[in-house]
Design a protein around this ligand. Structure first.
Ligand SMILES: [Zn+2]
Length: 146
């Protein structure tokens, strides 16, 4: 099994509404998304797929929706005031944690066009140098045994 990784950096602000500690305050991160794709075969260029074919559309999506945005729980009471100020906002039906972001981005990657042999394996969000979360296929262990 072959594997490739692409990384995309972006800046965002968020807060966790129900967190008892400092994460309930609005704060920012220089985040990094890592997308891992795998394939049992290579194309004519001996690639799983061209890095740019996954990175370009995904970077466009992140730039449009997440980069320099306030990522928020849809019930965040700050939203009306921020919307009134024209702030860039992206909402989730849950806390905007790195885990939720990883799962959301995983679904975005799955929806992108890619060769039929290429599967999305894992999406990881690095929130800080020491705080990292990922979402991966449920059957990843089985896939590795192929
Ligand atoms: Zn945070």
């Amino acid at each position: 099994m072959y594997k490739i990784l692409v990384k995309i950096n972006f800046e965002y602000a968020h807060r966790l509404l129900h967190h008892c500690g400092k994460c309930r305050h609005v704060h920012g991160h220089s985040g990094e998304a890592t997308i891992e794709l795998m394939s049992p075969t290579l194309n004519d260029n001996c690639f799983v797929m061209d890095f740019s074919d996954i990175k370009t559309p995904l970077k466009q999506w992140i730039n449009e929706f997440w980069d320099h945005a306030y990522l928020a729980h849809e019930q965040d009471p700050l939203l009306p005031a921020l919307r009134a100020e024209g702030m860039k906002i992206f909402t989730f039906p849950a806390e905007p944690s790195a885990e939720i972001m990883a799962r959301y981005l995983f679904e975005q990657v799955v929806s992108l066009e890619r060769p039929i042999n290429v599967q999305v394996m894992r999406v990881t969000i690095r929130e800080t140098c020491t705080g990292i979360a990922s979402y991966q296929r449920d059957d990843i262990e089985q896939v590795y045994e192929i």
